[in-house]
Design a protein around this ligand. Sequence first.
Ligand code: ATP
Length: 343
Amino acid sequence: MEGTAIRLQGLRKSFGQTAAVAGVDLEIRDGEFFSMLGPSGSGKTTVLRLIAGFETPSGGSVELAGRDVTRLAPFERDVHTVFQDYALFPHMTVEQNVAYGLKVRRVPKAERLVRARRALAEVRLEGYGRRRPSELSGGQRQRVALARALVGRPRVLLLDEPLGALDLKLREQMQIELKAIQREVGITFVFVTHDQEEALTMSDRIAVFHQGRIEQVGAPAEIYERPETEFVASFVGTSNLLRAESAQRILGSPGTYSVRPEKIRVLKESALADEPDVATATGTVAEVVYLGDATRFLVDLDAGGRLTALQQNLETSAEDVAAYRGTRVRLTWHRRHAVRVPD
Ligand code: ATP
């Protein structure tokens, strides 16, 4: 990861009265798997389209590898976009689909074939070259779209919710493969998703979007463990906030704090927990959900508010779990796991 692949400065885009992108500054490094994460309408697709050149900004600039491309057409930029609907040509074979971009660029036939086969091997689709898209599964079509993007060796690959159409199992499998492929080919990937788990699984870094702006940029663990805003705390992972008065009673400080559910231990109310760096709160179990590998407890705190705690089912069975409802418990967590977020 030597240089800067993409630099956005003061980027803005309005559609009529809607400020889809309301001032974005961002640097994406060479060779990085970078995700833009946010809810529907937060502006991430528009940023992707501004990088690709499908939209012209209302303000600010786009640089690719140190070159200002703000006013350049899409084909003059060294990027390739993979869309969710794949956009494969149905009448062409897989190999022809993959080689198409090279044909347009007048690469000789023999070379096209070699490169198309290499790209198909990179997405683990050797031997599928002569099929048509209709003879492939959804996941395989997705890989063809990826091979078609890789074959031209762009500097940057833009992916707009590319796994959105796949079922959950396939999606999870493709997440791991996509990450492995990216690592092998070393191309910068910019990945748009509204799925926080997907972003956490695959990315080197994530930008969290909210209302046309970026709220936080960081590695998955930073975003998850150290959310800098209430929005990030609630959008990434389970929202679990201690507010003013209950925070004052439990932590001795009246701010708003985020505590991740898996950091909270559920103990008997009588359990002793008087270590100085451990916070403790008593309450009543309002709801308990058996999840197979873990159990989720929703606890109404005596100090006010409700927290969710997630416990691994080491020795717990489904029957034990049901018996917890309505019982008194003590929640404990390490103080450093209560992260202050601005009110
Ligand atoms: P999604 O995950 O639903 O695609 P997003 O975060 O990618 O959402 P954008 O598609 O960038 O969000 O849209 C941001 C805002 O800009 C939305 O309010 C959307 O309605 C608006 N918008 C996007 N494109 C256009 C357009 N071509 N014309 C008018 N408004 C648009």
